[in-house]
Design a protein. Structure first.
Length: 571
């Protein structure tokens, strides 16, 4: 029996043997069998009877010695029904795999009133019913799988003497993924992309305990609302300014307070400032006049967008001319890159062309009926004006969007007598007149400077801010507003917000007024963003972790696996 074991004092103590907690005693000179035997035990209630080596692995024979007690009624039993042997992978010895053969007994329940007729020895603390490995092996596989993922864990475990397939490792990991049972009070919700700009999922973070509580497959108000309904203890929902999650919170957690994310509020203000600054870059010859009263909100917005577009185009044109001039003066590419701050690829393209290349606009996706506009227009002209019929036809062409989305497009056609194939509004980029008086800082850089407190500015940046204040109309006004807005967000006094909104509106700057308008649509959540300390910062951090995990698995992991690796590991 154990006397045959090739054990002596020279056997080194491997890492796993330490974890196993048994090998140190075996490796020391031993005096008798009875001392060695318990050292092979996989856990209490299992008596080891033999251990042999062969075919590259240890086989440990054992039997369950737990008390026969019915799990339903608790009555003891002495009536044996049958017996069989469970084969389980156990922790290795010196990287040699160990297989445990445990004889277990099935007993008859002696209690006539008990619904259960037979039961098996309960050894859940060592191995679970139907498991092919002991609990401690499963724990180890989960711990490594959680950090490293399926394939790397498979390779590592093989080296350690624990050969397991990656499917089994991942199944084990997914089965045990569970969020904490403690009631949730404050959650942060945000989206993340499966495929950039195309398909999105949702992540939910417990902001109090700083851990992920769930990862949802999609980004929809319905699924988030359903999730919130299952967690009625939630009092505060922190979310970005995406209307979808606001709607989900109203549906699923009506009594919860919503908090808009401060980072996104700052970002949105910066964008508004950038757009407003773009006005200064439009050409003098442009038909748009700053400050002209808009006829209505929609046309004002259209005009605003058009001016922003023209402004951006003008900036690019100016940069293009600068690159060409530098190139003609004999500078090489890296010098031009240093000089202009543009990307290497952009500069490399621009020096080879004579005309500024147009920005490639993305084709509408298959969920957008605009992608099938020509096809739909042909049917429409041919007299087919029934939305449902058109939906059937356009589906055959690959449309994957909804009926209501299609109807929005069709309703525009129904209200116009003109030909439906009116092209989608595109920027009039071919006829940008000569640009005059372009300030030296592009709007995006100027807007970033505009938002930055003076204490954080470098000397060079401070000089730029001063010159922008002098050269650009309204820069100083917007900078004052931006600084006040930052102060309000930090100050936790929501009453100051009203004064700010009033002053911002009174500036008369369209970009800023529009920002105010959007804030007011979500004003309660914005107020909470000022008064509450919660923010979505850690949700953003968890999204970064999720992205890293997603990429480390080559984008092949499904929601279940991502969720298992995002939730805290509970072994
Ligand atoms: Zn029973």
């Amino acid at each position: 029996m154990l006397g045959a074991l090739p054990l002596n004092g020279s056997v080194a103590v491997s890492v796993l043997a330490i974890w196993r907690g048994c090998f140190r005693r075996i490796s020391a000179p031993t005096s008798g069998r009875m001392e060695i035997k318990p050292r092979w035990e996989p856990g209490p209630g299992i008596l080891v009877t033999n251990a042999t080596i062969g075919q590259g692995r240890w086989t440990v024979q054992a039997k369950a010695t737990v008390e026969a007690k019915c799990p339903s009624c608790g009555a003891g039993s002495t009536r044996r029904h049958s017996a069989y042997v469970r084969r389980l992978q156990d922790l290795p010895v010196q990287a040699t795999p160990v297989e445990l053969h445990v004889g277990v007994t099935r007993w008859r329940c002696c209690n006539k009133l008990c619904p259960r007729q037979t039961f098996v020895d309960r050894t859940d603390h060592v191995f679970l019913p139907h498991a092919r490995q002991t609990c401690r092996v499963a724990e180890l596989a989960r711990s490594i799988g959680y950090v490293a993922g399926g394939r790397p864990t498979e390779r590592l475990m093989r080296r350690l003497g624990l050969p397991q397939g990656d499917d089994r490792i991942l199944r084990n990991l997914k089965r045990h993924a569970a969020s904490s049972n403690k009631p949730l009070r404050v959650v942060g919700i945000d989206d993340w992309s499966w495929l950039k700009g195309s398909r999105f999922g949702t992540i939910i973070v417990d902001l109090e305990r700083r851990e992920v509580v769930d990862v949802l497959h999609d980004r929809s108000a319905t699924s988030v609302a359903a999730w919130l309904e299952r967690h009625p203890t939630i009092e505060i929902v922190s979310r970005d300014r995406c209307g979808l999650y606001a709607q989900a919170a109203r549906q699923g957690a009506a009594s919860a307070r919503q908090v808009a994310d401060r980072f996104h509020l700052i970002q949105n203000l910066r964008l508004a400032i950038e757009q407003q600054l773009s006005y200064n870059y439009r050409s003098v010859g442009s038909a748009h006049t700053l400050g002209a009263p808009p006829q209505d909100e929609r046309s004002a917005l259209r005009e605003h967008r058009q001016m922003v577009r023209i402004g951006r185009r003008s900036v690019r044109l100016e940069q293009f001319r600068k690159v060409k001039a530098l190139h003609q003066s004999g500078l090489n590419l890296s010098r031009i890159v240093d000089e202009t701050g543009l990307g290497w690829r952009t500069v490399a393209t621009w020096v080879t062309v004579d005309v500024l290349p147009e920005r490639r606009l993305m084709d509408p996706r298959s969920t957008n009926p605009a992608r099938f506009q020509d096809f739909l227009a042909r049917l429409w002209d041919a007299g087919c004006k029934n939305g449902r019929k058109l939906l059937i036809e356009v589906r055959k062409q690959g449309y994957t969007g909804s009926f209501s989305h299609l109807e929005r497009l069709l309703s525009k056609w129904r209200h116009t007598t003109s030909t439906p194939a009116a092209p989608v509004e595109k920027p009039d980029t071919h006829h940008v007149p000569a640009v005059t008086a372009i300030p030296s800082v592009p709007p995006i850089a100027a807007s970033i400077l505009c938002m930055k407190p003076r204490a954080q500015l470098t000397q060079r940046e401070a000089a730029k801010v001063d010159s922008l204040k002098e050269s650009l109309p309204n820069f100083a006004v917007m900078r004052r507003l931006a600084m006040r807005f930052r102060g309000i967000l930090r100050g936790h006094d929501a009453t100051k917000l009203d004064g700010w909104l009033k002053d911002a509106r009174e500036t008369g700057l369209y970009g800023i007024r529009r920002f105010v308008h959007i804030l007011q649509r979500d004003i309660d959540a914005v107020r909470n963003a000022v008064s509450e300390t919660w923010s979505n910062g850690q949700t953003e951090g968890q999204i970064n972790r999720l992205k890293t995990l997603k990429r480390s698995m080559y984008g092949r992991a499904g929601t279940e696996l991502l969720r298992a690796r995002m939730l805290p590991l509970r072994v």
